[in-house]
Design a protein around this ligand. Structure first.
Ligand code: PMP
Length: 356
């Protein structure tokens, strides 16, 4: 750290992204990316846009926002596109958290919430998951805090029902409730329709997972017009051109391929069932997942050892060192071939460690 670094930030512990290895060809099951490339339409739209990179992109994102709003069944003024959903989550911390409105989120959830709270220097309450790693919705009823809930939650993969979400939103009318739906397309129930009924609900989603565009950085928030206006104030005060021209074009392209996106989600869900069944047969405990990943542990194996052994076998999964979940690994669901390779590697690891 330089002697110039502001005291405001010098004690920050930044978010640790999943490994992006450069040294070897791994089967990458560690960052919940899609195993499918973006569709041809998305790629060709981005390539066309590349020819206009001498110009600034449309700061309003007019066309993409209009098309997305149509698909979501909301008005254009109820949607804000951002540089990944990480950006809209940060905007929400900036806009809706302060000393009078502390943040609240689970102990085991998306790690960026804590980082954003600290970055923005807002107080926060951490609400532990129950013993079975579910979010207890009762813990969020009428708590008078700005609530951040990943639904389905990560890294557990467990979803709350829409009626539980609605109960939380309804019981906190003076605070914003942010529902982070990064994984909703793999089995969750979206709260987007509720934005018409509740002025304190902000739903965030991403093009990174189901729409195969993690590298393009595109996410969005959906909420009533007043909320989107607040968030635009933050956007235009930080980075008005937050969506680059190629990403915007790719986003417009992929929205023309909704059917393909849906089919791919179905394939991921089938591969998830295959993987969970195979791992369960091998003695793993897999939490039933509504996402494109599985959170699994083996009663007789240490989580870190499994992670390291898989890495040796050329397969990367995500291991967290947090005490409550250190026995688990989070395994992204990839193609059938990738998942078969994972199962084969696991059989080898079990043979080596348990049945030698
Ligand atoms: N929310 C959750 C729960 C996530 O796991 C992630 C990404 N790993 C994000 C939000 C952010 O995704 P992105 O910025 O790629 O949209």
């Amino acid at each position: 750290m330089s002697k110039f670094f502001s005291e405001k930030y010098s004690s920050l512990t930044p978010y640790t992204p999943g490994e992006q290895p450069k040294d070897a060809q791994y089967i990458k099951l560690n960052t919940n990316e899609s195993p499918f490339p973006p569709t041809e339409k998305a790629v060709s739209c981005a390539a066309e846009a590349a020819e206009r990179l001498n110009l600034y992109p449309d700061p309003e994102c007019f066309l993409l926002t209009s098309r997305l709003a149509d698909i979501l069944g909301v008005d254009r003024e109820e949607v804000l596109l951002t540089n990944g959903s990480d950006e809209i989550l940060n905007f929400a911390f900036m806009a809706y958290c302060d000393d009078a409105h502390p943040a609240a989120f689970a102990d085991i959830t998306y790690g960026f919430y804590k980082v954003f709270a600290e970055l923005n220097r807002v107080p926060y309450e951490i609400i532990p998951l129950s013993d079975d790693l579910t979010i207890r919705s009762d813990d969020y009823i009428g708590i008078n805090k700005t609530i951040f809930i990943a639904n389905p939650n990560a890294p557990t993969g467990i979803a709350l029902t829409l009626s539980e979400i609605e109960r939380i939103v309804e019981s906190n009318p003076d605070n914003i409730v942010v529902i982070d739906e990064a994984y909703v397309d793999f089995g969750g129930e979206s709260a987007v329709p509720l934005i018409k009924k509740y002025d304190n609900l902000l739903v965030t989603q991403t093009f990174s997972k189901s729409r195969s565009m993690a590298g393009a950085r595109l996410g969005f928030g959906v909420g009533c017009k007043e909320l989107i206006r607040d968030l635009n104030t933050v956007k235009y005060s930080t980075n008005p051109y937050n969506i680059n021209m190629m990403t915007m074009a790719a986003g417009i392209g992929i929205l023309e391929d909704e059917e393909t996106v849906r089919e791919r989600c179905k394939t991921i869900c089938e591969n998830r069932t295959y993987t969970a069944d195979a791992l369960t047969t091998l003695g793993f405990e897999c939490i039933p997942s509504s996402t494109n990943f599985i959170f699994a542990r083996h009663p007789h194996l240490d989580g870190e050892t499994v992670y390291l052994k898989l890495k040796e076998a050329g397969i990367l999964v995500r291991h967290f060192t947090t005490e409550r979940i250190k026995d688990y690994n989070r395994i992204t669901i990839g193609t059938r071939e990738q998942m078969e390779a994972l199962v084969t590697a696991m059989i080898g690891i079990l043979g080596e460690l348990l049945y030698k």
